[in-house]
Design a protein around this ligand. Structure first.
Ligand code: SAM
Ligand code: DTB
Ligand code: SF4
Length: 332
């Protein structure tokens, strides 16, 4: 097992990140092999349970109400439809089910009560239940934990310095506070970011430093490649070259040896060979299913073929979250 550190300096990370690519991949692969089953990949499935109409101004996001994108606003889904989607995802091999809502923050209302019911119901399917609902108070995090929530996704998205170029309607500190509330409630933390938003290498390095120097490393670290969406301010962003993605994954793997590093948005643009380099460099989790939240993702069959070609195996769910709650399905 590798040593877990929370005192990374920018210089140390720079020297890892800027290593010649093949040496970097080899170092990362060694860390990966010491801490994980090489070739085992955790499959998560995503569902947008409340879509569009969001009040925030995240420059990358097709769901922000202020940008004119093709996303259709959809109110919070019914619990039974969410459970059906989770069952289908499980049948397709997913061990984690992540429900996303286009909210700035959770409010204590009937919608939140319904989300708590969804969490209970998906937990009862023996899947790792994850939510991404925006900012949370400590009390809301505890309610989610009591309902059986396994993980909470809340990305820092970029470096603290670059953050205000991307989002002005909340602060970096707000993001970190929610992560701390989630941690305090005993929920597994999922936090990462996006590359391809005009950030510098030092911004990417700074983001990894923020994540790795948290009091505990996030158990999962999604690395998203920006999916440029027409109508958003970042619609015309240049595509991230695949070697920069591999570099980012390898550096995350070396800095956070025990965490799952998730090759997240942007896989549709990557060949199997490029994705293979990401897995060699330490990625051990993906989102599967032909849709992320609102944008397309590789088809089930093409991922199945990739798993076969690369000899990857899906990781089983790790659910020790007690199912003490009675599941109440709402009526339509
Ligand atoms: N509203 C909640 C929030 O912002 O935390 C949850 C949903 S939000 C869509 C979840 C994450 O999706 C964002 O933090 C961002 O990292 C990622 N994301 C959104 N749009 C993206 C895009 N176009 N390309 C890549 N990642 C994106
Ligand atoms: C994460 O880091 N990536 C996922 C998940 N967490 C919620 C979201 C990606 C969204 C991509 C744009 C979309 O499909 O709307
Ligand atoms: Fe809203 Fe989340 Fe999209 Fe930002 S990323 S606009 S908070 S849905």
């Amino acid at each position: 097992m590798s040593t877990i550190r929370h005192n990374w300096t920018i210089e140390e990370i720079r020297s890892i990140y800027h290593n010649p690519l093949l040496s970097l991949i080899l170092d990362a692969a060694q860390v990966h092999k010491q801490n994980h089953t090489y070739g085992e990949v955790q499959i998560s499935s995503l569902l947008s349970i409340k879509t569009g109409g969001c009040s925030e101004d995240c420059a990358y996001c097709p769901q922000a109400a202020r940008y004119h994108t093709d996303v259709k606003v959809h109110a919070l889904m019914k619990t039974e439809d969410v459970v059906t989607a989770a069952q289908n995802a499980k049948t397709g091999g997913a061990s984690r089910f992540c429900m996303g809502a286009a909210w700035r923050e959770v409010r204590d209302n009937r919608d939140f009560d319904r989300v708590l019911d969804m969490v209970k119901a998906v937990n009862a399917l023996d899947m790792e239940v994850c939510c991404t609902l925006g900012m949370l108070t400590g009390e809301q995090a505890s309610k989610l934990a009591d309902a059986g929530l396994y993980a909470y996704n809340h990305n820092v998205d970029t470096s603290e310095e670059h953050y205000e170029q991307i989002i002005t309607t909340r602060t970096y500190e707000d993001r970190l506070q929610t992560l701390s509330n989630v941690r305090q409630a005993g929920i597994s933390v999922c936090s990462g970011g996006i590359i391809g938003m005009g950030e510098s290498d030092d911004d990417r390095i700074g983001m990894l430093m923020t994540l790795a120097n948290l009091p505990e490393h996030p158990e999962s670290v999604p690395i998203n490649v920006l999916v440029p969406v027409a109508g958003t301010p970042l619609a015309d962003s240049k595509r991230v070259p695949f070697d920069e993605l591999v570099r980012m994954i390898a550096t995350a793997r070396i800095m956070m040896p025990h965490s799952a590093v998730r090759l997240s948005a942007g896989r549709l643009e990557l060949s199997i060979a490029e994705q293979a380099m990401c897995f060699m460099a330490g990625a051990n989790s993906i989102f599967a299913g032909d849709k992320l939240l609102t944008t397309p993702n590789p088809e089930f069959n093409s991922d199945k073929q990739m798993f076969k070609i690369l000899g990857l195996t899906p990781k089983a769910a790790f659910t020790d979250v007690p199912k003490k709650n009675i599941v109440q399905h709402e009526q339509a």
